[in-house]
Ligand binder design. Structure first.
Ligand code: COS
Length: 386
C-alpha cells in the first residue's frame, strides 16, 4: 500500500539525513577496512530499511515501486556497500517469495527478512553460467519427500551474512533449458553448504561476494518456491525485472552525488586565476552529467509507475537499468576528469565511486543482456502487431 504523501516525505527525509550525517562520514573507513561497522545493520533495521519492499501484512513497510525508487536514489548518494547491506532483503533475496511464494513461505520468511533478523541471498550465477542463466547446472534431485542439491554458485552477494538462500537448481535433468529449473529456499545452516573465501574486488568495499557450494544438501519438499517445479527461471527473471529498476534508482542517486562532488570541487579549485566552474568546457561536462542524470531519473520514475500499474515492465526495467548504469559510468568518468589529477587520488570520493559504479553495468544483468531483453521485447510486440 502506498504511504500518504506526508509520511513518505518524512521517511525520505529521515533516510536522506541518515545518509548524509551517518553514512557519508563512514565511507573512507569502509573503503579502507572492507567492512561495515557493526552498529550499522541494527540502525538500518530500526529504520525499517530491510523491509522496504515487503508487504505490511508480513512486517515490512510495503512501499510501492514508485516509492522504493525514491529511497533507492537516496541510498545511492553514499558508498554502494551500505545499500547492498539491505539490498538483497529488499530485492533478489526476498522477492522470489513475495512474487511466487506460497502463503506458508511468506509467513515463514518475510517477517524476519523485513526486520533484518534474517538476511536473504540469491543464488543464480555459477562458474559456467552467468549471462546464460538458463544453462545452470546445480541439480535438485528428488529424494523421498524432498530434494538433494548439488552444485556451486558464484559471486553471491551477502552470502557471508545470509540466513536463507534462494537457489535456482535443475529439477528436470533431461530439460537443459529454462523449463527444467526450480527455485528453492535453503537454510544457510543446512548440512553440506560451504562458503568460499570472499573475493577481492575492484570496488564496492564493504560488500562481500563469495561462492556457495552445495554438496548433498537435503531440503524438504516445501522449500520449493510456490510448490511448483519448473517455474524457477521465471521466478528469477521476475525478481530481476524488479531488481533492475531498484538498481537503476541507485545509479540515479550515485550520479547526483558525483555531480555534487564535481560542483564542490569546480567551485573551489582555481586555475588561470579562475575557478574551474567558470570554464565553459567544465560547464559542458557538468551540464551533460545533469542532463543524463535527469533523463535516467525520469525513466526510473516512469518505469516504476508502470510497474505499480501492473504493466509488463521487463522491457522498461531493462531500459532503465541499461541507461542509468551506463549514465552513472559516464558521470563518474566526467567527475574524475573535472577533478583532474586529484580525481585519480584515493583521498577524493570520486576515485572510489569511479570504481564502485563499474559494477552497475554488470550485475543483475550486463548492459548487453539488457539490450537483448529490450530488443526481444520490441520484436515480440512488432510481430504481434503485424
Ligand atoms: N518475466 C517472466 N518470465 C520471463 C521473463 C520475465 N522477465 N523473461 C523470460 N521469461 C520466461 C520466458 O517467457 C520463457 O518462458 P516460456 O518457456 O514459457 O516461453 C522462459 O522464461 C525462458 O525465457 P527465454 O527463452 O527468454 O530465456 P533465455 O535463456 O533466452 O534467457 C535472458 C533470457 C538472457 C534474458 C536471461 O538469461 C537473463 O536475464 N540473463 C542474465 C542473468 C542475470 O541477470 N544474471 C545476473 C546475476 S543474478 S544477480
Amino acid at each position: 500500500m502506498a504511504l500518504d504523501p506526508e509520511t513518505l516525505g518524512q521517511f525520505i527525509d529521515t533516510v536522506r539525513r541518515y545518509v548524509r550525517e551517518r553514512l557519508i562520514p563512514l565511507e573512507e573507513q569502509i573503503s579502507r577496512d572492507d567492512a561495515i561497522p557493526e552498529e550499522i545493520p541494527a540502525e538500518m533495521a530500526e529504520m525499517g530499511l530491510y523491509g522496504l519492499s515487503i508487504p505490511e501484512e508480513y512486517g515490512g513497510i510495503g512501499l510501492t515501486m514508485a516509492e522504493e525508487v525514491l529511497i533507492g536514489a537516496e541510498l545511492g548518494h553514499t558508498a554502494p556497500a551500505f545499500r547492498s547491506l539491505i539490498g538483497t532483503n529488499v530485492g533478489i533475496g526476498s522477492q522470489g517469495i513475495v512474487i511466487d511464494g506460497t502463503e506458508e513461505q511468506k509467513r515463514e520468511y518475510l517477517p524476519r527478512l523485513a526486520s533484518g533478523e534474517l538476511v536473504g541471498s540469491f543464488c543464480l550465477t555459477e562458474p559456467d553460467s552467468g549471462s546464460d542463466a538458463a544453462s545452470l547446472k546445480t541439480s535438485a534431485r528428488r529424494d523421498g519427500n524432498g530434494y538433494v542439491l548439488n552444485g556451486t554458485k558464484r559471486y553471491i552477494t551477502n552470502s557471508t551474512r545470509a540466513g536463507v538462500f534462494t537457489v535456482m537448481a535443475r529439477t528436470d535433468l533431461d530439460n537443459k533449458g529454462a523449463g527444467g529449473i526450480s527455485a528453492f529456499l535453503v537454510d544457510a545452516k543446512s548440512d553440506g553448504i560451504a562458503l568460499g573465501r570472499p573475493y577481492k574486488k575492484m570496488g564496492q568495499q564493504g560488500t562481500h561476494v563469495a561462492d556457495v557450494i552445495f554438496e548433498d544438501v537435503k531440503v524438504p519438499a516445501d522449500a520449493l518456491i510456490g510448490g511448483v517445479e519448473g517455474q524457477g527461471f521465471k521466478t528469477a527473471m521476475k525478481v530481476l525485472d524488479r531488481g533492475r529498476l531498484h538498481l537503476a534508482s541507485v545509479c540515479v542517486g550515485m550520479a547526483d552525488r558525483l555531480i555534487d562532488e564535481s560542483l564542490a570541487f569546480a567551485t573551489e579549485r582555481k586555475q588561470f586565476d579562475t575557478v574551474l566552474a567558470e570554464f565553459q568546457l567544465i560547464q559542458a561536462m557538468l551540464a551533460d552529467s545533469r542532463t543524463e542524470q535527469y533523463a535516467a531519473d525520469t525513466m526510473v520514475r516512469d518505469a516504476a509507475a508502470k510497474y505499480d500499474a501492473g504493466e509488463n515492465t521487463a522491457m522498461v526495467a531493462a531500459c532503465a537499468k541499461y541507461y542509468a548504469s551506463e549514465m552513472a559510468g559516464r558521470v563518474a568518468d566526467r567527475a574524475v576528469q573535472i577533478h583532474g589529477g586529484a580525481g585519480y587520488i584515493s583521498d577524493y570520493a570520486v576515485e572510489r565511486f569511479y570504481r564502485d559504479v563499474r559494477l552497475f553495468r554488470i550485475y543483475e544483468g550486463t548492459s548487453q543482456i539488457q539490450q537483448i531483453v529490450i530488443a526481444r521485447n520490441m520484436l515480440r510486440t512488432w510481430k504481434e502487431a503485424h
